[in-house]
Unconditional design. Structure first.
Length: 318
């Protein structure tokens, strides 16, 4: 993989805090690996130019029927049992929520969305002080080799590594202390002559630290809610653009699913636009679940139908 997004202008696969160093390195410098889609030369006067942010399907892998598993790093002492329970329950509700999926189904014409959660677990190893992508990939490979994860349906499953409080996430030359909230990707391994692809995400326990600095993207009033917001971002980007790492490594748009003409995924533009007006709470919201009275902390995704962030809706767009 090239050393830095900032230097090579690659598509975006991270969640970044609006106005942060990480956003400047990734969002503002992102581009498609296989060449830029041209912008229209003329925009009619008085028409909002936000349709230029619409997502384009490039023909790559999408995952309408999927599974995910949350893996909490550190030991049981690194976590409040109530936080784990709340995170698992809220993200499971969100990914299955009918009204939220009414927004997402536009990217899967002719398909029914389904999302199942595998039992989460605490890894029970010393929590890392920092974690970068080589660490993430090594850990996911270790989970596979040691049979700590099921080896079935790997092509449609994402393993979410959730960092404990205090752990700093890194990617290339950026970190969660600079606004990085999480990212997703994949790796290929060969076992017994068979090529295996493992999909993963890495998610910060976003919070304000005791010294007043921010680790990750701390929008909600409780860190566990920030975790759910990041998970919702990353899982939906896996759904709509699973093989972005291959696109980067092969410098080819053909691996991409849904991205904008500048390489932004389904969760990226809403954070950037909310940051422009100085209010992330426009897109980070707690919404009521369709099937219960519980609230779910989520980050709204980009909707081509409205050319911007869209929350839960009663019916899919025609």
């Amino acid at each position: 993989m090239p050393k830095s997004y900032y230097a090579t202008q690659q598509p975006m696969r991270i969640q970044a805090r609006a106005g942060s160093i990480a956003e400047r390195k990734y969002y503002e410098k992102s581009a498609l690996p296989g060449g830029v889609w041209p912008m229209p030369k003329v925009i009619a006067p008085g028409i909002d130019p936000s349709p230029l942010d619409d997502l384009i399907f490039h023909g790559g892998k999408v995952v309408p029927q999927m599974e995910f598993q949350n893996i909490f790093l550190g030991r049981t002492s690194s976590w409040k049992a109530s936080d784990i329970e709340r995170i698992d329950r809220a993200i499971s509700l969100a990914m299955r929520d009918r009204r939220l999926n009414n927004v997402m189904v536009q990217y899967f014409p002719g398909a029914t969305l389904a999302c199942d959660i595998r039992d989460s677990f605490v890894l029970d190893k010393n929590k890392p002080s920092t974690l970068d992508e080589p660490d993430v990939q090594a850990l996911v490979t270790e989970l596979y080799d040691n049979s700590l994860i099921k080896k079935s349906d790997l092509a449609t499953t994402i393993f979410n590594l959730i960092l404990p409080s205090g752990t700093v996430l890194k990617l290339d030359d950026s970190s969660s202390l600079e606004g990085l909230g999480g990212y997703h990707g994949s790796l290929h391994i060969t076992r017994k002559g068979k090529r295996i692809t493992l999909y993963y995400s890495a998610n910060v326990y976003s919070e304000m630290r005791t010294n007043g600095t921010e680790n990750g993207i701390a929008v909600f009033n409780s860190p566990w809610k920030n975790v759910v917001g990041t998970l919702y971002h990353e899982i939906n980007e896996f759904r709509t653009d699973a093989d972005i790492n291959d696109a980067i490594q092969h410098n080819s748009n053909d691996f991409l699913g849904w991205t904008s003409r500048r390489g932004h995924e389904v969760g990226d533009q809403p954070v950037f636009k909310a940051g422009e007006v100085g209010n992330l709470k426009l897109v980070f919201k707690e919404v009521k679940a369709s099937s219960s009275r519980r609230k779910m902390p989520v980050q709204f995704m980009f909707s081509n139908a409205v050319h911007g962030a869209e929350g839960p809706i009663s019916k899919p767009h025609a």
